[in-house]
Design a protein around this ligand. Sequence first.
Ligand SMILES: Cc1cc2nc3c(=O)[nH]c(=O)nc-3n(C[C@H](O)[C@H](O)[C@H](O)COP(=O)(O)OP(=O)(O)OC[C@H]3O[C@@H](n4cnc5c(N)ncnc54)[C@H](O)[C@@H]3O)c2cc1C
Length: 323
Amino acid sequence: MRTFQLDRPGDLAEAVRILAEDEGARVIAGGTDLVTLMRDGIQQPSRVLDLRDLGLTEIEWQPDGGVRIGALCPNAVDDRRLAAEYPLVVAALRAGASPQIRNMATFGGNILQQTRCAYYRLPEFACNRRDPGTGCAALRGDSAKQAIFGVSDTCNAVHPSDLAVALSALEAEVLVHGPAGARRIPIREFHPLPGDTPHRVSALRDGELVTGIELPAAGRGRVSNYVKFRDRASFAFALASAAVVIERAGTVVLGARIALGGVAPKPWRAEHAERALVGNRLDEDSIAAASAAAVRGATPRKDNEYKVELVRRVVRRALSELE
Ligand SMILES: Cc1cc2nc3c(=O)[nH]c(=O)nc-3n(C[C@H](O)[C@H](O)[C@H](O)COP(=O)(O)OP(=O)(O)OC[C@H]3O[C@@H](n4cnc5c(N)ncnc54)[C@H](O)[C@@H]3O)c2cc1C
């Protein structure tokens, strides 16, 4: 592991100043991803900023009924009101990692965790995400775990976070702070597609860090569900997952948001599937139409064609289980 300087900034301004003046500086929160990457030589920051003195652990209810969750709030969050009003968030968190890791891991770190693409995590393979311009061994290699949506000819890695998939279906905003002050980024824009710049894993600008996540107030008649398919029952990343949020008036669907995990370089909104539901009753026919529409635009390869059927099934299951 390369030698680095450890800083513990006392306030946000100091953290932002260090991040802005040293492009080799990285924030550490729970460290459950960053430390592994540093140990394996995948990331070699010159400076590491431990944020623990900044607070940022609170859950603050907003006057409009929404909620703001601090970036350093642990993934093992135990908050009755959050569980009651945003069960999707808690379900997605519980579907990930292990209790020990969730105790350490944070909301900010979770949505900024790096891909689990094996080619990214093994320095002997070419990876445009890790070392820009070196090529992508995954595009020629085993694509069984790779993306079927949003792929570019520079990268086909999958975004690993379960939480981010739930946040996408809830249309959360990421609160950030940087040299130009505070701003908020819709979760939809927070994770860019790889395009020609797969090393850019978030919309954060130089010197910016995440201070929290804000969830809009839960609408009336809202129901939600998170379903995750994986290699084994726990401690495994998603092969395909679906977060669904449905708003109904009586039996008619007024609003539908469906986000997919494990199948794209970012949480993937299945908009065709959403449109198949809106204005209809949530019944066998509309669920079948939505699950078929969810795979429109997929570009699987030989090894990951199975993910197309997995997406159909995970969407069908997530919708069918709704009360
Ligand atoms: C064995 C194992 C199994 C796992 N299984 C799952 C799973 O099934 N599903 C799942 O979703 N996750 C899973 N994870 C990943 C785990 O959820 C993440 O490692 C964790 O959420 C990262 O949070 P952290 O606070 O530890 O982040 P860190 O490791 O501290 O940081 C991660 C990244 O985020 C950056 N960062 C952190 N906080 C901020 C901030 N406030 N502002 C700007 N940048 C920041 C860091 O610089 C770093 O690049 C697993 C991890 C392990 C080790």
